[in-house]
Design a binder for this molecule. Structure first.
Ligand SMILES: Nc1ncnc2c1ncn2[C@@H]1O[C@H](COP(=O)(O)OP(=O)(O)OP(=O)(O)O)[C@@H](O)[C@H]1O
Length: 253
């Protein structure tokens, strides 16, 4: 399968702190990559560069063949226009740790807002899609509720449905269950597993090792802004080659 996301030599600093130090990664269409690593290793920043929330300093990223990023030197490789960035971003769903739903909008309105504004979908069509997606995440009866009337797990399922409403070709998850009470984690992971089984391309930052083992095609271990190790879950999780991977796994397993 062709690479759907291709990341080459990506560097990113915040001031003097080098947060990504030469990242190379490929995610094939339909595959699930789980990113593990200690706090501060650069996992969120990596996801954010893919979705244009952060600009890379050097190197490049391509999503579905469209290039993102540029070289720091005079020899500019490529810089996207604002319009192209918006177009690419609507093709990438992003699910955050803290749900990020609009509190003043109902569940249904949360789902139709972006398709109407960004993709100029007719309201009726956007609502029909939204109701279909709510059924898919088991929340059809919550269409008229407000986010604060839902449990954390339900809010995160709405956030996933909202990401799907734009019909993304790629889904990024940044610790989607880490803000949830333990008993609510399973229901959100089940929704993500379901999407994975349907062939949605995903990059998931999570500490849920069981999920990684069950769902990931590739597990990536990051530390200090670098990919220390990557491979199939059975290799990285059960036979890690690097001492840092072993040390991390011994803490989270
Ligand atoms: N906008 C920013 N400005 C300055 N420093 C930042 C910014 N975003 C992230 N950092 C720093 O970059 C480093 C990597 O952060 P990042 O959030 O990517 O790590 P992470 O692996 O996702 O960590 P966690 O698991 O704690 O979320 C951290 O030291 C963080 O403080």
């Amino acid at each position: 399968m062709s690479a759907m996301v291709e990341i080459r030599s990506v560097h990113k600093s915040f001031g003097s702190a080098e947060v990504l130090r030469g990242i190379d990664l490929e995610v094939a269409a339909g595959e699930v990559t789980v990113v593990l690593g200690p706090s501060g290793s650069g996992k969120s920043t990596l996801l954010r560069t893919i979705n244009h929330l952060e600009k890379v300093d050097s190197g490049w990223i391509s999503v579905d063949g469209a290039l993102v990023g540029y070289r720091r030197s005079k020899e500019k490789l490529y810089e996207l226009r604002e319009r192209e960035i918006l177009k690419q971003r609507t093709g990438i769903g992003f699910v955050f740790q803290n749900f990020n739903l609009f509190p003043h909008l109902t569940v249904l309105e949360n789902l139709v807002e972006a398709p109407i504004a960004a993709q100029r979908r007719p309201r009726k069509e956007a609502e029909a899609t939204a109701r279909r997606l709510l059924t898919r995440v088991g929340l059809a009866e919550k269409a008229d509720a407000y986010p604060q009337q839902l449990s954390g797990g339900q809010q995160q399922r709405v956030a996933i449905a909202r990401a799907l409403a734009l019909e993304p070709t790629l889904l990024l998850f940044d610790e989607p269950t880490s803000a949830l009470d333990p008993e609510l984690v399973g229901e959100v992971l089940d929704v993500i597993k379901d999407l994975a089984h349907q062939g949605t391309t995903m990059i998931v930052v999570t500490h849920e090792i069981g999920f990684a083992r069950e769902v990931a095609d590739t597990v990536v271990f990051m530390d200090g802004g670098r990919i220390v190790e990557q491979g199939p879950p059975a290799q990285v999780l059960d036979h890690p080659r690097h001492a840092r991977t072993r040390a991390f796994l011994s803490k989270v397993l």
